[in-house]
Design a protein around this ligand. Structure first.
Ligand code: GSH
Length: 212
């Protein structure tokens, strides 16, 4: 049985859970935090980050984008894809996924910094991460506005109706909203409507982080 190692709150772990559900692949969820000194996460990922993933052949993988690409090779026969077959189209989707993941990376760094004692926090560091989040959201708002006729970031033949980039973006948007009580929807209405629509899919509804 495939196994996901991670937390229920991480947007990166949620990506993997959403993709598995979209592909109708059964899996075990092993709940672990990477932040304790004796965390078993290091046995699966030398970088001591979640998600880690054990595939159908018992091989271990880490990094959500890589895990989603692995799943494309292990999905049930006939199941739709989350990545286009065409190499250049696939790279274009992965570029958008990288940007969404980068928003998540900046958000996590900012969150960790804000958890430190106030006297130890660096305002410059927080501002730097916030700029990455803001630029990323503005990029996606523009991107969606330029694709007026399309609901999703990238449609392609043989797809499941969404891509790995859509999964990454909606997971990070919902995480950011929850963690920072962030009110970005008025500023980015197109992005808000897009996230609302995708968030209605069963794979998103059943993986909502605690408190959402
Ligand atoms: N690029 C990684 C990022 C994973 C990541 O940063 N996960 C966080 C939890 S949300 C983590 O495990 N952090 C622990 C650490 O950085 O030490 C991915 O996409 O899987």
């Amino acid at each position: 049985m495939m196994q996901v190692i991670g937390s229920y709150t991480s947007p990166f772990v949620r990506k993997v859970r959403v993709a598995l559900i979209e592909h109708k692949l059964p899996f075990d969820f092993r709940e672990e935090t990477p932040y304790t000194a004796d965390t078993p996460v290091r046995d699966f990922n030398p970088l001591v980050k979640v998600p880690a993933f054990v595939d159908a052949n018992g091989e271990t993988w880490f990094d959500s984008a890589l895990i989603l690409a692995v799943l494309e090779t292990q999905k049930p026969e006939g199941s739709g894809s989350l990545l286009p077959q065409d190499p250049m189209a696939q790279l274009q989707v992965r570029r958008l996924e990288t940007l969404a993941d980068g928003i998540g990376d900046a958000g996590v760094l900012m969150f960790m910094e804000k958890k430190r004692d106030e006297s130890e926090q660096s305002l410059g560091w927080i501002t730097r991460q916030q700029e990455k989040v803001d630029n990323g959201l503005a990029f996606f708002e523009r991107y969606l506005n330029e694709r007026l006729d399309k609901d999703f970031l990238h449609d392609f033949d043989g797809g499941l109706g969404l891509s790995t980039a859509d999964i990454a973006l909606v997971c990070v948007l919902e995480w950011y909203t929850l963690r920072f009580n962030a009110d970005w929807r008025k500023q980015y209405p197109r992005l808000a409507e897009y996230a609302r629509q995708i968030g209605e899919r069963e794979s998103f509804v059943t993986t909502k982080p605690p408190g959402a």
